[in-house]
Every structure is written in structure tokens, then in C-alpha cells.
Design a protein around this ligand. Structure first.
Ligand SMILES: Cc1cc2nc3c(=O)[nH]c(=O)nc-3n(C[C@H](O)[C@H](O)[C@H](O)COP(=O)(O)OP(=O)(O)OC[C@H]3O[C@@H](n4cnc5c(N)ncnc54)[C@H](O)[C@@H]3O)c2cc1C
Length: 404
């Protein structure tokens, strides 16, 4: 049985479920087919533009943004079940509804910390879905799960900053529609307070010296629909000081603020991925026979399905509790639960997808079903939003501190 949400959420859920059935699922094979015929695999298939127009027309747009001045004005608890639904088709539905990472985090940063001029130039076209953006923090040469290690330099020179550094796994940056990067670097590398050495700055993609060097792979996938994950090099890139986001030295704090909602959005969508895996498992189990009986009659298959259902129900409640806490006591008050869902959700969903892959036999690892790619993207989330171990460390330290 479904959890009952408030009337507005239920109404949006109903419309989003219908949008998925009528538009998103049918568009999945179309997008694949169109991509194969594109001049560049990084271009966006036409069907994605059509989905965006339809979602916007139906008011299923910018649902993630709690600030009603810019987005739908939903709380985290209201957004959670909607993000779960879009997670069932993670390559199309978040983009269709303008709720895809990394744009979501970037829009949040610009809405909270951007100047009027920055909001006009970058936030407005992002909200309208006219451009995409990327967030450039991680560097191949240093352990980037610890943001104090970042080596990119952003040195003030008159009215400008000059940026030098090498980043990788910059999601979305291969997409030609990605018009701007929010870059994290050090403006005060020798500063006494290591959490005040970093700043964030907006770098338009077409600035001289920006080199989008290559697409990094994820378990062999290039993640075209996500705009890939690029290695990007900044060679003496000069941008006006007015491009600084927030104050000089404020980069670390903005990164922390950006990660709060981003973390929970990934977990909400992961639950949708797990629901899709359960549905696919059940469909396959009743439709296929081995050694004289349907796969559904095998005890081991029943165990996989039962365990998956139990796990998803547990995870969903923990994610909803976390969303509710973020709404009521703030991200700081929800610290333990945010870390907990971050640790628990990708790990458990990877296991569910692994069972689903096994149930599908060779089809499970093939390109004919979405399972292998879903597995890779769920597995990746054990790193992409900060490694599991960093969340475990953070949760454990908070827990232990209570005992002196
Ligand atoms: C698909 C994908 C998309 C990404 N998108 C982006 C993006 O858009 N922008 C961006 O800036 N970055 C992005 N990243 C990078 C991601 O944020 C980093 O990979 C992550 O923060 C870890 O940094 P690192 O790779 O340097 O690993 P490291 O910091 O080198 O850590 C390596 C390992 O060390 C261990 N470890 C680290 N710290 C601890 C600790 N405190 N306790 C115990 N063990 C520890 C963990 O096992 C960890 O996995 C993406 C990554 C992937 C895979």
C-alpha cells in the first residue's frame, strides 16, 4: 500500500505518474534510437526537448526548488515521493522535469548565494531549462573527498581572477548545452583557516583557456544522457571578480550547503530505481520457465523479491524521515539521518539491482534491459556524492561525541 501524502503532493504524484506512463517510458527507446543517429553522442536527442516542453506545460517543472520565488516551493517531504518517481527512469525523467543534477545543486547555490546579476545571467536560463551547468570540484591529483586538498588556484589580478587547475568527473560538462561551470579553487592557499582558503567562481564554458579534455567512463558507460563526466583543464582562465559566488573564502561553506539537498535527492531517486528493478524482476520471473517451472516458483527468486521489497520499504521510511527532519529542524539537525541514508541507500539498491541482473541471466548485463546501466549508476553513487567511508566517519564521530 502507498504512503499517503498531503493533498498537493498526492495531486502532483498522480500527474507525474501519468506523465511517466504517457511520455517518459515510451520515450526511452526513442531517445536511444535518436542518440545513435546524432552528429555527436553528446548532443541532446530531440525527444528530450519534447519531454521538457510537455513537463513544463503540465507544471511538472523545477519541483526540487523549495524557494517558491524560483521553483515549485515544495518541502523536502513533498518532493521526496516525486523524485522517487523520476528515479524510475533516471536518464530521462529528471532532465525532462528540470530536476537533474548537477543543475539542481547549481540552481540552489545561485538562488541562495548569487548576486542579482549572476541570477539574471545564469539562474534564469537554468530555471527555464535553456542551458545546462556543471560543478567542478574534484581533482585527479588529490584526494578530493577532503575538499581542503583542492589545488586549483584562483588568484586575484586587478579586476579579475585567474584560474589554473585540472578537474575530472565533472558531470554534464560534455554536453554542448553546458554553458557555465561553478569552479571551486583556492583564493588563499596559505590562509591560516583551511576552511577559508577556498572560493567558488562562475566560469563561462566559452572563456579562453577552458579545455574540456575528455569524457571519463563509469564502468565503461559514458553516461551520454547525463552529459558525461569530463576532465576539464583551466589554463590561465581569466574571469571578472564579479563572478565570485558568495564571498572570497566562502567556497567550503557553500559546498557543504550544496551537498545537503543533493544527497537526499540521489537517495530518493535510488528508491525509484529499486522499484523499477523489483517490477522487472517480477515480470521476468512469471514470464520465463527453467527446468519445468517458472522462475517465480523458485525459492531463491522469491527470496530476492521479498528481500528487495523489505529493503525498499525500510529505506523509503528512512529517506522520508530525513526529508521531514530537514524541513523541520534543518540540515544540521538532520545530520545523522542524512549520513545514514547516504550510507544505506546506494549500497542496498546496488544489491537489489545485482539480484535483478542475476535473474535476467545474460540479458541482465546486456544493453537490452536497463538493469546493467542502473547498477553502474547506483554503484557510482557510493562515490559520487562523497565516498561511503566519509559518511560513516562523519556519522560515527557525531554518535561517539555524545559519550565524551
Ligand atoms: C560518476 C561520478 C560523477 C561525479 N560528478 C562530479 C561532479 O560533477 N563534480 C565534482 O566535482 N566531482 C564529481 N565526482 C567526483 C566525486 O565527488 C569524488 O570521486 C569523490 O568526492 C571522492 O573523491 P576522490 O575520487 O578523489 O577519492 P579520494 O578522496 O581519493 O578517496 C578514495 C577512497 O579513500 C577512502 N577514504 C577517503 N576518505 C576517507 C575517510 N575519511 N575514511 C575512510 N576512508 C576514506 C574511501 O574509500 C574513498 O573511496 C563524480 C564522481 C563520479 C564517479
Amino acid at each position: 500500500m502507498d504512503f499517503a501524502f498531503d493533498a498537493r503532493t498526492e495531486e502532483l504524484r498522480g500527474r507525474l505518474l501519468a506523465f511517466m506512463d504517457e511520455h517518459v517510458y515510451p520515450a526511452e527507446p526513442v531517445a536511444e534510437e535518436q542518440r545513435a543517429r546524432l552528429a555527436s553522442p553528446w548532443d541532446t536527442p530531440a525527444v528530450v526537448g519534447e519531454l521538457k516542453a510537455e513537463a513544463r506545460r503540465q507544471g511538472l517543472w523545477n519541483l526540487f526548488l523549495p524557494d517558491a520565488a524560483y521553483g515549485a516551493g515544495l518541502t523536502n517531504l513533498q518532493y521526496a515521493p516525486l523524485a522517487e518517481i523520476t528515479g524510475r527512469s533516471p536518464h530521462l525523467a529528471p532532465t525532462a522535469t528540470n530536476c537533474a543534477a548537477p543543475d539542481t545543486g547549481n540552481m540552489e547555490v545561485l538562488s541562495q548565494f548569487g548576486t542579482e546579476e549572476q541570477r539574471k545571467r545564469w539562474l534564469e536560463p537554468l530555471l527555464a531549462g535553456e542551458i545546462r551547468s556543471a560543478f567542478a570540484m574534484t581533482e585527479p591529483d588529490v584526494a578530493s573527498s577532503d575538499a581542503t586538498n583542492i589545488e586549483t588556484r584562483m588568484i586575484r589580478d586587478g579586476e579579475d581572477y585567474v584560474v589554473n587547475g585540472r578537474k575530472w568527473y565533472i558531470s554534464g560538462a560534455m554536453n554542448p548545452d553546458c554553458a557555465v561551470f561553478i569552479v571551486m579553487g583556492k583564493t588563499d592557499p596559505d590562509g591560516e583557516d583551511i576552511r577559508r582558503q577556498q572560493s567558488m567562481i562562475l566560469v563561462p564554458r566559452d572563456t579562453p583557456g577552458v579545455e574540456v579534455r575528455r569524457a571519463m567512463r563509469v564502468y565503461g558507460y559514458e553516461d551520454h544522457s547525463h552529459g558525461g563526466h569530463a576532465e576539464v583543464v583551466f589554463h590561465d582562465v581569466r574571469v571578472p571578480a564579479a563572478n565570485l559566488v558568495g564571498e572570497e573564502g566562502g567556497g567550503f561553506a557553500i559546498a557543504q550547503a550544496r551537498l545537503g539537498p543533493g544527497r537526499i535527492h540521489h537517495c530518493m531517486r535510488l528508491i525509484g530505481m529499486a522499484e523499477r528493478a523489483i517490477e522487472l524482476m517480477c515480470r521476468r520471473a512469471v514470464a520465463r520457465t527453467a527446468f519445468g517451472k517458472p522462475l517465480a516458483a523458485q525459492g531463491v527468486v522469491q527470496n530476492w523479491i521479498a528481500d528487495a521489497r523489505v529493503t525498499v520499504e525500510q529505506l523509503r521510511l528512512l529517506v522520508l524521515k530525513t526529508a521531514w527532519l530537514m524541513d523541520t529542524v534543518g540540515n544540521k539537525g538532520a545530520h545523522t539521518e542524512i549520513q545514514a541514508i547516504k550510507i544505506a541507500t546506494p549500497r542496498a539498491v546496488v544489491d537489489i539491482l545485482d539480484s535483478a541482473v542475476q535473474l535476467y541471466g545474460a540479458g541482465g548485463v546486456s544493453q537490452d534491459f536497463p538493469l546493467a546501466e542502473l547498477w553502474a549508476s547506483a554503484r557510482t553513487l557510493r562515490l559520487a556524492d562523497g565516498p561511503d567511508e566519509v559518511h560513516q566517519r562523519s556519522l560515527a564521530r557525531r554518535e561517539i561525541k555524545r559519550y565524551g
